[in-house]
Design a protein around this ligand. Structure first.
Ligand code: SF4
Ligand code: SF4
Ligand code: FES
Length: 252
C-alpha cells in the first residue's frame, strides 16, 4: 500500500494578482502579487485563506460555507464572476498570474468585499415570500403538484451570490432595473401554483414595466456565470411572453 507524501500533493507555485483597496488608507486601488505553494485540490478560496493566514493578514474577503451554499465569496476571477470556493486553481490558466478582483457593478468596501445592499434591495423589491390569495383547499397545508415543484426546482437553488447581477450590463447602468437575480426569484413565486391566479397576476404587473422585464437584453451573461446552473434569462423570457400574451388578450 502506498502512502501519500507532501511531495505528491505539492504542485509547484501559483501567483495570485489580487485587487487591493482600503478607502481610509489608499487614494487609488492597486494590485498586489502573492506566490504560494499549490496543493492538489486547492481552490481560489483556499489560496486566499492561505495568503491571509501566512503572508498578509490585512487581505480582506468574505467567505463562510466553502461549499457553494452561502454565496458570500463571489468574486471576479480571471475575468469571470465565480465563487472562489467553487473554483479549482488547476482549472485556471496558470501561465500568467491569476487575477482576482471584487465583483464588477458593485461599490467596493474594502479589497474584495463589495457593498451588496443594492442587490438585496432588488431582491426584496419582488416580495420574495409566499403570498397565497386563498385558504388551503384541504386542511392546513397548501398542496403543490410534483410537476409544479419540478418547474421551479432549479430556481430554488439561488444562493444570492450576485454573480448574475454583476455580469449584467443593464443592471450596472440602471439602479432601478430589477436585475437577473431578483427576476429569477420573482419567477420562483410566479410559477408557484399554490399562490393562486390573483397573486400571480399582481406579480406579473409588478414586473411588467420598463425597469423590470423589459430592461433585459436577453444576452445570457447572467445565465453563463450562475454557479448554480440557473437561467435568469429564460425565466425573464417566459414571464415577458406571458405579459405580451395578456396584453394581446386585452386588445382583442
Ligand atoms: S440576460 Fe438580461 S438579465 Fe441576464 S445579463 Fe443579459 S440583460 Fe441582464
Ligand atoms: S441566480 Fe445564480 S448567479 Fe444569480 S444570485 Fe442566484 S445563484 Fe447567484
Ligand atoms: S464560501 Fe459559501 S459559497 Fe463559497
Amino acid at each position: 500500500m502506498s502512502t501519500k507524501t507532501a511531495d505528491d500533493t505539492h504542485r509547484g507555485t501559483v501567483t495570485l494578482k489580487v485587487f487591493r483597496y482600503v478607502p481610509e488608507e489608499d487614494e487609488d486601488s492597486y494590485f498586489k502579487e502573492y506566490s504560494i505553494e499549490r496543493q492538489e485540490g486547492m481552490t481560489v478560496l483556499d489560496a486566499l485563506i492561505r495568503i491571509r493566514d501566512h503572508q498578509d493578514p490585512t487581505l480582506t474577503f468574505r467567505h463562510s460555507c466553502r461549499m457553494a451554499r452561502c454565496g458570500s465569496d463571489a468574486m471576479y476571477i480571471d475575468g469571470r464572476q465565480r465563487l472562489a470556493c467553487n473554483t479549482q486553481i488547476e482549472d485556471l490558466d496558470l501561465s500568467t498570474p491569476v487575477q482576482i478582483e471584487p465583483l464588477p457593478n458593485e461599490d467596493v468596501e474594502r479589497d474584495l468585499v463589495v457593498d451588496m445592499d443594492g442587490f438585496y434591495d432588488r431582491m426584496e423589491s419582488v416580495e420574495p415570500w409566499f403570498q397565497p390569495d386563498h385558504e388551503p383547499e384541504t386542511g392546513d397545508e397548501y398542496l403543490q403538484s410534483h410537476e409544479n415543484r419540478q418547474n421551479i426546482d432549479t430556481v430554488l437553488d439561488c444562493i444570492w451570490c450576485g454573480c448574475c447581477s454583476s455580469s449584467c450590463n443593464p443592471a450596472g447602468n440602471d439602479d432601478d432595473f430589477t436585475g437577473p437575480a431578483a427576476l429569477a426569484k420573482a419567477y420562483r413565486f410566479f410559477k408557484d401554483e399554490r399562490e393562486g391566479d390573483e397573486t400571480r397576476q399582481r406579480r406579473l404587473e409588478m414586473l411588467n414595466k420598463s425597469h423590470g422585464l423589459w430592461r433585459c437584453h436577453t444576452q445570457f451573461n447572467c445565465t453563463e456565470v450562475c454557479p448554480k446552473g440557473i437561467s435568469p434569462t429564460e425565466a425573464i423570457m417566459e414571464m415577458s411572453k406571458e405579459a405580451v400574451k395578456q396584453k394581446l388578450r386585452f386588445w382583442r
